[in-house]
Design a binder for this molecule. Structure first.
Ligand SMILES: [Zn+2]
Length: 430
């Protein structure tokens, strides 16, 4: 088999001064080099060339937490608190969703992610085979889990589906798709059920993703019902022994953070969702101080774009009481690392999230045009503070061009929008 070779030329990179073009050479799915000049003996035979002039090349963004098919419910129920939103609006509609609804909601959300420079995402939902099919179709990298409500009548069925998802999709396409187990949250899963999840994680060698410590109410209920915090309870049950992606982690004690550090838990921070649902502000600087790996997620049904919330990540960290309003609590470079390299680590992808030799070629070319791209003192600052997700122009995942000149390469975008709108309409009429 001939190896696919691709050269991006004249693109700028974040760690060089403005106006200095670079060559990024990719073989198969990995970056071979990032250089200012081409090696003298470079052989152009069979090399596809992508013009990067006027564009900024960066690693793709990683969305560490979400429920992408919920894109189908975007703008359906807003301005409510978490429990009201879930119990009275979201869960009743979700109960009526059919597999094709999940598929088209996922197609739309994945299209939106790729269009906005997100090359990798995590998901927890039902009918996950549909989500996996959509991810494979559009070529995005993913970490997928079946959401498990342990207290629900179909809990055993859902756990069996999650195990099957692992068998069918884990390490699909040379690791482009990973599968984890998805116990929804401490407050929806009894101890007995969580022990079954622990058994399954050992049996399969699967990691876990879970909502943890999202609201104050969750902590208060846990203290009342179990006499300990949700993190302490998960530790006691044994759920933290095999690699856990913990979404939210807004309300934590010092002891919780010690457990999290000792268990090398990774955190998927969702500042936009936490602000929207008035859940609170996560203690990001304290987590980073403990050496806990933190990535950024979108969650919920507003937007699937990480880039547009980077400034919120920084500002909310600054506002958290633990920071004493320190403007240096979370510099732009730290936020960018959370959105890329650390996000990849959170989701268990190695060698990802850096624009350097040996890393997997998940790359975004951002079109640096428009007033918000000037002046160019610091390109990383521009990305975090000024750039829009809509500036993503060309996107590669695992060395493959999945978005070119702002358009999907694998599927008709208008069909995705039309099919999703039709599904959403039929769903609410059902
Ligand atoms: Zn969530």
């Amino acid at each position: 088999m001939t190896v696919k070779k691709l050269l991006i030329r004249n693109a700028e990179v974040t760690d060089a001064p403005a106006g200095v073009p670079h060559y990024i050479y990719i073989e198969d799915n990995k970056i071979v080099f990032v250089k200012k000049t081409l090696p003298e003996n470079f052989d152009f035979a069979d090399v596809e060339v992508l013009e990067g002039g006027g564009k900024l090349a960066t690693p793709g963004l990683v969305n560490t937490h979400g429920h992408v098919a919920m894109t189908l419910l975007r703008s359906y129920a807003d301005d409510l608190d978490l429990m009201d939103w879930l119990q009275n609006k979201i869960w009743p509609v979700e109960a009526k969703m059919k597999p094709q609804d999940i598929y088209w909601g996922s197609m739309l959300g994945i299209y939106e992610m790729l269009r906005g420079g997100t090359t990798c995402f995590a998901d927890m939902y039902a009918e996950m085979d549909e989500v996996a099919q959509a991810a494979a179709k559009l070529g995005i990298r993913a970490n997928l889990s079946r959401g498990l409500i342990g207290a629900a009548p179909n809990a055993q069925e859902a756990l069996a589906e999650n195990k099957q998802l692992f068998k069918d999709w884990h390490n699909y396409d040379r690791g482009q798709i990973r599968v984890t187990l998805g116990p929804h949250a401490p407050y929806t899963c009894p101890d007995d059920f969580l022990r079954q999840v622990v058994d399954a994680s050992f049996e399969l060698g699967a990691e876990v993703q879970m909502h943890l410590c999202e609201t104050k109410g969750e902590i208060e209920d846990s203290l009342r019902d179990f006499g300990m915090t949700p993190i302490a309870r998960m530790e006691k049950i044994g759920l933290l022994e095999r690699g856990v992606i913990a979404a939210h982690c807004v309300h934590l004690t010092e002891e919780d953070m010690d457990i999290m550090a000792a268990r090398q838990m990774r955190v998927a921070l969702n500042p936009q969702s936490n602000l929207k649902l008035a859940s609170g502000i996560a203690p990001v600087p304290a987590l980073l101080k403990e050496g806990i790996c933190v990535g950024i997620g979108t969650d919920g049904a507003s937007s699937n774009n990480n880039l547009d919330m980077l400034e919120e990540v920084r500002l909310t960290a600054m506002l958290h009481k633990a920071t004493t309003y320190d403007p240096l609590a979370l510099p732009a470079a730290a936020v960018w690392k959370m959105a890329t390299e650390d996000g990849a680590k959170v989701l268990g992808f190695k060698n990802l999230g850096r624009l350097e030799a040996g890393a997997y070629a998940d790359i975004v070319l951002w079109k640096m045009s428009g007033p918000h791209w000037y002046p160019r003192h610091n390109k990383l600052s521009l990305l975090v503070y000024a750039a829009s997700s809509q500036d993503a122009e060309t996107v590669l995942v695992n060395g493959k061009v999945v978005l070119k000149d702002g358009h999907l390469t694998a599927y008709d975008e208008e069909k995705i929008c039309a099919e999703t709108a039709a599904c959403a309409k039929a769903l609410l009429e059902r």
